[in-house]
Design a protein around this ligand. Sequence first.
Ligand code: PSU
Ligand code: MN
Length: 304
Amino acid sequence: MEKYLSYSQEVLEAKEKGLPIVALESTIISHGMPYPQNVQTAREVEDIVRSYGAVPATIAIIDGKIKIGLTDEELEMFGNAKDVAKASRRDLGYLVATKKLGATTVAATMIAAELAGIELFVTGGIGGVHRGAETTMDISADLEELAQTNVAVVCAGAKSILDLGLTLEYLETKGVPVIGYGTDTLPAFFTRESEFGLNLRADSPEEVADTMRAKWNLGLKGGSVIANPIPEKDAMEPSFINGIIENALKEADEKGIKGKDVTPFMLGKVKELTEGKSLEANIALVKNNAVIGSQIAVALQKNK
Ligand code: PSU
Ligand code: MN
């Protein structure tokens, strides 16, 4: 295994000292945001994690290794590279073997985090059941990963480019806890609320950490979704953003966008149609998730 994993100095030291570590994904850097905001955001998120007493581990596939923690130079190179493959579970072996650049999705980052002994992962939004999945069968591998890999994922819910109701049904079937952080409904990424109620709620990092520890101690496999709403001041008007998402979906359909290209296409289109406002909201919510996620990582280290 150590043949395939390569730790940054900072993460290596954190592991030796038993410090809390927060995994961060890289698809959000390569496919979720444009350069240079992607690199800048990634750096700022890492600094937020450090300021809460945890150590960031941005995960990516570089030169045949799954990197657990990137140096500043690696981050810059990666964020500016043109030929980065979006890597989910199915792609990991191929990208490592062929030494291509790979950006880890939520699914792949969870796998890498578990291999590296990291229990908590912070991102923006998870993949889910796409609208129209009853005919396209487009269901993100993120959901299957949440069902089987022991990593807690902090996110701002899921974008309404997905079918949020079906996504929750799928997670329920797979036994994945979806914990509203200070909320009773599933946050819809750009907006704080949705019409979909949640069964589990936590109001402190310790509650989340205790829930995860109890789950794992009971021998229950899998992760959880900690759904943390976007801060009030950064949230978008639901009617505005939902109208834009409808238009973007229509265009994706007309252009015949399929498979792994759907999510990046939608993210780019929504950014264009909101004149960059969606990007600002995206950056704000990821930082907010880093604040909560770092605190949960600290609590998970204490209740081990
Ligand atoms: N949702 C976002 N931003 C993202 C993604 C999803 O709001 O950057 C990325 C994540 O890496 C997620 C992936 O794991 O897209 C899901 O892609 P797919 O739907 O192809 O599984
Ligand atoms: Mn998909």
